[in-house]
Ligand binder design. Structure first.
Ligand code: SF4
Length: 229
């Protein structure tokens, strides 16, 4: 039986508790060794798997080490260097433009505020939140990616669909101490069990508190559609 706990604060607390037991080492899976590399990796990861990004950045970070090297890179050459990544042409443009801004406006260092980070080309609130959390140890919000979006909806934590609105709904009900970890836990569970298509509800540690559970719900609250048989 999947019934969510009331109020939503209790549901969130129980979900976090169980997922922490399930994924005790949950953390960011992008590989980087400094803030610039983190920023580039997160920019590349939009609509792309972390695994693919890591395989590309292994060589990319050898070839380009400074903001100047990215900013002065030839557009076609940089695009070719990241060509196995989705939207590589646009991402190459964003990387060149944002590193240019970093040099001109921020003395060559990756900025540490939401406003400054989101002033960079191709950097939205999600990317900025990741860079703040993992690059600067500043937690200003909750990173809402596709897994956080889907699981929050399925678990009855939000009925919103836009990431920014979901973040606004989650922030008051998730303890601030867990704003960062919630994302990693949801990503791990979204990859391992609560996949977009055909989640393994029978093997899920959240089944009894999930109002979308296929075992007794007709509807996937993430899509609003009946589960595929
Ligand atoms: S796997 Fe099923 S039961 Fe578990 S959180 Fe996802 S939809 Fe709910």
């Amino acid at each position: 039986m999947g019934t969510s706990l009331e109020p939503r604060e209790s549901q969130v607390a129980e979900v976090i508790d169980r997922l922490e037991d399930e994924y005790p080492d949950s953390t960011i899976s992008l590989v980087y060794s400094n803030r610039l590399e983190l920023l580039i990796a997160v920019m590349l990861s939009a609509q792309c798997t972390d695994e693919r990004v890591n395989s590309v950045t292994a060589d990319l970070f050898e070839k380009y080490e400074t903001a100047e090297e990215y900013a002065n890179a030839d557009q076609e050459e940089l695009a070719a260097d990241i060509s196995s990544i989705t939207y590589y042409n646009n991402k190459a443009k964003y990387i060149r433009s944002s590193t240019q801004t970093i040099i001109e406006a921020y003395d060559g260092t990756v900025p540490d505020t939401m406003t400054e980070l989101t002033s960079l080309s191709g950097v939205g609130r999600k990317t900025a939140n990741v860079v703040l959390q993992h690059g600067h140890d500043i937690v200003e919000g909750i990173v809402v990616d596709t897994h956080v979006q889907r699981l929050s909806q399925r678990l009855g934590l939000t009925q919103e669909s836009a990431p920014k609105r979901i973040e606004q709904e989650l922030m008051p009900i998730v303890p601030e101490t867990h704003w960062q970890q919630l994302t990693h836990l949801f990503i791990d569970h979204g990859r391992a069990t609560c996949t977009a298509r055909n989640p393994d509800c029978e093997g899920c540690v959240l089944e009894d508190i999930c109002p979308s559970s296929k075992l007794d719900s007709e509807v996937d609250l993430a899509s609003g559609e009946p589960w595929e048989q």
